[in-house]
Design a protein around this ligand. Structure first.
Ligand SMILES: Nc1ncnc2c1ncn2[C@@H]1O[C@H](COP(=O)(O)OP(=O)(O)O)[C@@H](O)[C@H]1O
Ligand SMILES: [Mg+2]
Length: 368
């Protein structure tokens, strides 16, 4: 996966640039608040269909404008395609490939890019919603139906919750069709998550072992709001979910919300059998995040025989030795990498790199 060319119009503080990045390492330097992260965000948007720092697309549009555009020529499996993204303050974001409009899910399934930023530490330290976000955004798209099921689930969940808020006496009957739909899509999401985690795990375990020189062992537990049993198939999860929803309707009406399902689940990571979130050091938590990213690259390679585009924001801050080793691993292989730093890091990259400097939304340089 490679970006051959990217053209931005009014994307954050980039009024207009037309850039053909290097096919391997692109080092983006510059002072604070000049637009380094914004450029990475644009690269990521054209290859993942979303931002890595906001869920609100309109924030990305230049403050003085009503709309913005990003276009990228992306090479995949030795053929090129032009991906175009149009964001508007008054309309939904529109995506197209080679001039044909397509849904976000169709183009970016899987995401063609992987980001690694300081925000990723929230994945371990943060609330359960951060881990669900990771499951939905980074892992889920490896399953062809995941994005579709997720969109459907979110819609029916919102409708069901609206109904539960109305709290009238006929509710128990009127809600039946919503129960069915929530259970249908929700059980598929849970089954996909568990399956994907199971397939990712051998990579994760190996990578984590390598990062810690074999001293630490990682494991995980998908902590569901449903009383799942090991090895349940999709149909069994669906039946169980249906039963729980039927049984808990009175409680849900009283609490005015859907209490069970993938939107209430969590994912626990353990290092040597203790919970990384509660007992892990910051360094250990970072290693878990790094290992997750690295194992996703392996996963990607296995599925598509190509590297995803890698977007690394400020990862050169605070480099301890195990993180340094992790970073070395991330940079191995032959994928295209975009990396920011506000200090001189050229020495880190022996060859195959270009260094750029960002100043107030303009890009300069491109020297070896
Ligand atoms: N929607 C927007 N429109 C115009 N400028 C923006 C927008 N969003 C952020 N900026 C500007 O972008 C700059 C920050 O860019 P950023 O890429 O985060 O900097 P850094 O180089 O430190 O990574 C700030 O000057 C901010 O004011
Ligand atoms: Mg930045």
């Amino acid at each position: 996966m490679r970006i051959q060319r990217i053209i931005l119009e009014n994307f954050r503080n980039y009024r207009g640039i037309d850039w053909s990045p290097h096919s391997r390492f692109n080092i983006i330097t510059g002072d604070n608040a000049q637009g380094k992260t914004n450029l990475l965000e644009a690269v990521f948007f054209c290859t993942a269909g979303r931002s890595f720092r906001t869920a609100r697309d309109r924030e990305i549009i230049n403050w003085d404008k009503e709309e913005c555009q990003a276009r990228a020529v992306v090479e995949m499996n030795r053929s090129s395609r032009e991906i175009e993204v149009s964001l508007s303050k008054s309309q939904r974001t529109v995506f197209s490939v080679n001039g044909l409009k397509k849904s976000r899910g169709k183009i970016f399934r899987p995401c063609l890019a992987l980001s690694f930023t300081p925000l990723d530490l929230d994945l371990i330290r943060g609330a359960p919603s951060e881990r669900r976000k990771w499951l939905d955004l980074e892992l889920g798209p490896f399953d062809y139906d995941y994005i579709y099921n997720l969109e459907k689930f979110e819609r029916v969940l919102a409708q069901r919750n609206n109904l539960l808020k109305k709290n009238n006496s006929q509710l128990a009957d009127g809600i039946e069709p919503w129960n069915e739909q929530v259970v249908h899509y929700g059980s598929r999401l849970i089954y996909s998550r568990i399956n994907l985690l199971k397939n990712l795990f051998p990579h994760l375990r190996k990578v984590f072992g390598d990062l810690t020189s074999g001293k630490e062992d990682i494991s995980f537990n998908y902590l569901s709001s449903l009383p799942l049993e090991k090895g349940m198939g999709q149909k069994e999860i669906e039946d169980l979910y249906g039963e729980i929803v039927r049984k808990s309707i009175a409680e849900e009406i009283a609490r005015q919300q859907t209490l069970f399902g993938p939107h209430r689940d969590d994912l626990i990571f353990m290092i040597n059998r203790t919970e990384a979130r509660k007992f892990g050091s910051r360094g250990q938590q970072r290693s878990v995040v790094l290992a997750l990213k690295l194992s996703l690259i392996k996963f990607f390679l296995e599925e598509y025989q190509e590297y995803p585009v890698l977007v690394l924001d400020d990862v050169f801050l605070e480099l301890d030795s195990s993180r340094r080793r992790g970073l070395d691993r991330l940079l191995e292989g032959e994928g295209q990498v975009f990396i920011t730093s506000n200090s001189e890091i050229k020495g880190y990259f022996s060859e195959d790199s270009r260094t750029y400097r960002v100043e107030e939304g303009k890009l300069y340089g491109g020297d070896r």
